[in-house]
Write a protein that binds this ligand. Structure first.
Ligand code: NAI
Ligand code: MG
Length: 339
């Protein structure tokens, strides 16, 4: 297997600990990877004065693939969010968030959903301002939602291509076109046009976002792949993470034409940073998505099996999963179970 160079960004807070655990597991599983470690977030500011150092960006430009821990956005450096800036820098237009039941006995035993979130447009474009009236400078506030046909089409096309590549049966487009007739209407119109190209190969339906929220809780089995604009994706991806046990188990991939960045969905967890009890599962699962992306799916499958067995056994898991283990004991247990 050819060794692939991957940019590794440990990140802030619990980031370095769960990154160590993840690298340990992936290396033990036989991943053919040369890690190139770089800083970002608070760690970047402390080392070089920038939350997104040029050396980090250069590395991602060259390798095309990064695995990153959570980043804390430093206050007062001119970035709304370092994560959003990274997605913009590399035009990572599709955010892939799978949710699959690992521990049975919860509300549902067979959740297997993939949410594709448009990652560059909508309300996240940052077009916001106050409107002053009389002596109140903040009498009103406006945020502009921007949807382009180009952006909608490529996100929906990504969802269909993902469905084809992963043998999925259906794509559901989630929207609010009944109220936001222009922005959401355009997303739906563009999405329907793309869906036509896949007729006969992948089923298609559409659902209003509020109805989708209810149905995801009541009848998650009616969904398979979901695609939607940026903020709806932000909200519903946390909802589906909740269906399978929360953020500690939720990985995500930010995919563009020339680069891809894989990460846990959760943040830097300052409340438990340094205590050695962070759950490394989401980061390990992000590592598995990364391995699948670079053509090392067999290694990913080995890691997934060992991780799932460890979580179900519960003998070494972290407190968020009801265990008494540490990040390290968790990683050790996964390594022990690698076949
Ligand atoms: P958070 O996800 O860091 O924490 C929320 C809660 O979940 C906390 O109680 C935390 O202890 C717990 N938690 C999160 N990950 C865990 C893990 N692996 N194991 C065990 N418990 C875990 O969200 P919060 O507190 O809102 O954000 C903290 C910082 O992270 C902020 O600066 C935020 O901007 C940043 N953030 C970064 C993200 C990224 O890099 N992709 C995503 C979300 C937040
Ligand atoms: Mg979010």
């Amino acid at each position: 297997m050819a060794v692939r160079t991957i940019t590794l960004i440990p990140g802030d807070g619990i980031g370095p600990a769960i990154t160590d655990a993840t690298v340990r597991v992936l290396d033990a599983a036989g991943a053919a990877i040369a890690w190139e470690t770089h800083l970002a977030g608070i760690a970047g500011v402390e080392a070089s004065g920038s939350p997104l150092p040029e050396a980090t960006l250069e590395s991602i430009r060259r390798t095309g693939v990064a695995l990153k821990g959570p980043l804390t956005t430093p206050v007062g450096v001119g970035f709304r969010s370092v994560n959003v800036a990274l997605r913009k820098e590399f035009d990572l237009y599709a955010n892939v968030r799978p949710a699959r039941t690992i521990v049975p006995g919860g509300r549902y035993d067979n959740i297997d959903l993939v949410l594709i979130r448009e990652n560059t447009e909508g309300l996240y474009v940052g077009v916001e301002h106050y409107i002053g009236m009389a002596d109140d400078p903040k009498a009103a506030a406006e945020s502009v939602m921007i949807i382009t046909r180009y952006g909608a089409e490529r996100a929906v096309r990504f969802a269909f291509d993902y469905a084809v590549q992963h043998g999925r049966r259906k794509v559901t487009l989630v929207h609010k076109a009944n109220i936001l007739k222009y922005t959401q209407g355009l997303f739906l119109e563009a999405g329907k046009a793309v869906a036509k190209e896949y007729e006969g190969r992948v089923e298609f339906d559409e659902m209003i976002v509020d109805a989708a929220a209810m149905n995801l809780v009541l009848k998650p089995e009616r969904f398979d792949v979901l695609v939607m604009e940026n903020m709806f994706g932000d909200i519903l991806s946390d909802l589906i993470a909740g269906l399978v046990g929360g953020l500690g188990l939720a990985p995500g991939g930010n995919i563009g034409k020339n680069a891809a960045i894989f990460e846990p969905v959760h943040g830097s967890a300052p409340d438990i940073a340094g205590k050695g009890i962070a759950n490394p599962s989401a980061m390990i699962l992000a590592g598995c998505m990364m391995l699948e992306h670079i053509g090392q799916a067999d290694v990913a499958a080995r890691v997934r099996t060992a991780l799932e067995t460890t979580i179900r056994a519960g003998d070494a898991t972290t407190p968020d999963l009801g265990g008494t283990g540490t990040t390290e004991s968790f990683a050790e247990a996964v390594v022990r179970r690698l076949g």
